[in-house]
Design a protein around this ligand. Structure first.
Ligand code: B12
Ligand code: SF4
Length: 507
């Protein structure tokens, strides 16, 4: 039998909900690894399909959908049910040996819960593997495995795991709760393969349709490194992608050249946890970008995540180097305006270092998106005020088309593979009857009050909050505690008392 007639070994599927700025990298590299190992594979993006088929307001609701807190699930299901039917039909027509669901974040669990029972019923012969950053609560996935809803779940890197799965070697590292190992040499990984995806639709559908940004930019994700050089207490990267490793500049540029030639990429979005983990690699990359732009007259820019560094390790000329190489947007991990809170986060950067970075990015003209976290368990009202102060003092740095702030509403602790998730008591964290965490300083009411307050501040200053949750979502969450929008205007002290009286009553 030639390969064309052979049965399909793997159908890789991108599960919703996730953005559609560009095709996701995770499934595309797993797909590439399966093909390189000689398996017959196809890939499809159910998430993009949902964007293409549904109106903007539904997509807007869906993209920020969080089934834990939203009361909108019935409304969403009306739009999802027909899609789920079609997706299951498509899988049954392809009839692969394995379906590989790529689970981008914890939010995708909702859709898994809906699709798996239908798929199992209609295609009992198809084996199901799940992998991706969303595989955090291994108890849940182990239970799904025991109920035979899935045959394999993968924690950690998927390139070697998928090959073991296709060999039916389910005792291999990273599969079904076996501890993952790490790929030491990132240069050995196959380059992402987007074959079969509707590449031309990304960045242009749904919410993006009306935005001129997307017409100008043809964005692709690239990964230059894995892991991180720091260990912030709220972050799962040190546990999920531990050990900082990076690819050679040659291998990265080979991928970028391919994206430019085959897909006319003009913006590279580095998905690494940080692009300035290795200063040597960053300098090499900047030189390679500058050369490519100059020698081949290519219009190419890039964006990525950045850790704040002091002037000694990152002098001012480095900011000029970033600009010259085509950096257009940097996501900067600031988290809090309070040095004390950042210390508790194990992120010991000073306010002076933050100000230095913001000043320099402004000087050279690179947009900054500041990553801010409201309501860390040790954050007092005075600490929170310092965060507001930092934003107000540096507002000019966040005023740009691609910049702004990304303010997260609730610090993820439950089920999180982070120091705070493993050791909540160390940070004074307790749980209430709704399984929401609280501490002496912070609870869901106080976090919500601070969050809405800081969103108001952004509006007043004309800054965009990139990670905007709808106000309704926050109000839905506090309504469980009998708290209305006007109650959130009460003082923190009063809200603390109301919260304590609620939990004491319930417990
Ligand atoms: C780029 C990115 C984004 C972008 C792009 C998403 C998009 N398409 O628009 C933006 C900024 C929009 C974004 C948004 C969000 N993100 Co985000 N994002 C990332 C980031 C930085 C990179 C993802 C990536 O491409 N990685 C590189 C690829 C190669 O790795 P990978 O996806 O993990 O895939 C590997 C394995 O997981 C595995 N694998 C993947 N799929 C499969 C499938 C099978 C079958 C197998 C076997 C293996 C396998 O193999 C791959 C290769 O080793 C990650 C952090 C990180 N460094 O990974 C966070 C991350 C994925 N995001 C995260 C979150 C929480 C979010 C948000 C929910 C934040 C929020 N509160 O709004 C939103 C939700 C998405 C949305 N609404 O669009 C979390 C997920 C945590 C979790 N466990 O749920 C992460 C891990 C960051 C973090 N540490 O907290 N995100
Ligand atoms: S928050 Fe950023 S700097 Fe801190 S450990 Fe996570 S990825 Fe690294």
């Amino acid at each position: 039998m030639n390969k064309q007639d052979a049965p399909l070994d793997l159908l890789m599927v991108t599960l919703p909900p996730v953005g559609v700025l560009a095709p996701l990298l995770g499934p595309a590299v797993v797909f590439a690894a399966a093909e390189a190992a000689g398996y017959k594979a196809k890939q499809i993006d159910f998430n993009l399909d949902f964007f293409l088929k549904n109106p903007d307001p539904i997509v807007a609701e869906w993209i920020n959908f969080d089934s834990y807190i939203s009361n909108k699930s019935k409304q969403i299901m009306k739009f999802l049910e027909p899609s789920i039917e079609e997706w299951v039909t498509l899988i049954s027509q392809e009839n692969p040996r394995w379906v590989g669901f790529s689970v981008f974040s914890f939010r995708c669990k909702f859709i898994l819960d809906k699709i798996l029972p239908i798929l199992k019923k209609r295609c009992p012969q198809v084996k199901i593997a799940v992998g991706g950053s969303g595989i955090i609560n291994t108890d849940y996935f182990e239970q799904m495995r025991q109920q035979e809803m899935i045959a394999a779940y993968v924690t950690g890197e998927g390139e070697e795991a998928i090959v073991n799965i296709l060999k039916n070697n389910l005792d291999a590292p990273g599969i079904n709760n076996n501890p993952p190992t790490q790929i030491a040499d990132l240069n050995s990984i196959e380059i992402a393969n987007y074959r079969g995806l509707k590449i031309e639709e990304y960045g242009k559908v749904g919410l993006r349709k009306s935005k001129p940004l997307s017409q100008k930019y043809n964005i692709f994700y690239v990964e230059a490194s894995r892991g991180c050089v720091r260990k912030c207490s709220f972050c799962d990267v040190p546990f999920m992608k531990s050990g900082f490793r990076y690819r050679s500049t040659e291998s990265i540029m080979k991928e970028i050249n391919q994206l430019v030639v085959e897909h006319q990429a003009n913006v590279i979005y580095f998905v690494d946890s940080l692009v300035n983990g290795s200063l040597r690699q960053l300098k090499e990359l900047c030189t390679a970008f500058t050369d490519l732009k100059q020698n081949e007259k290519k219009s190419l820019s890039w964006m990525g995540y950045f850790i704040v560094r002091g002037e000694k390790s990152f002098p001012t000329e480095n900011f000029d180097m970033l600009k010259k190489s085509g950096a257009i947007q940097i996501k900067l991990g600031i988290e809090s305006g309070s040095e004390k809170v950042r210390k508790d986060m194990n992120k010991s950067i000073t306010n002076e270092e933050i100000n230095y970075n913001l000043r320099e990015f402004r000087r050279v003209g690179i947009d900054v998106c500041g990553l801010i976290m409201i309501g860390f368990p040790t954050e007092t009202e005075a600490d929170y005020e310092q965060t507001k102060k930092l934003i107000i003092e540096n507002q000019e740095s966040f005023k740009s088309t691609m910049g702004g702030l990304s303010i997260s509403w609730k610090v993820g602790i439950n089920e999180h593979k982070s120091d705070i998730g493993f050791n909540p008591k160390k940070y004074g964290v307790n749980y209430d009857a709704n399984n929401e965490w609280y501490s002496d300083n912070v609870n869901i009411l106080i976090t919500s009050k601070r969050y809405l307050d800081i969103c108001n501040l952004c509006d007043q200053l004309g800054l965009i909050n990139k990670q905007k949750y709808s106000k309704q979502r926050v109000l839905d969450a506090v309504a469980q505690y009998g708290i209305s929008e006007s109650d959130l205007e009460l003082s923190e002290e009063t809200l603390k008392k109301m919260y304590l009286s609620y939990i004491n009553k319930v417990v």
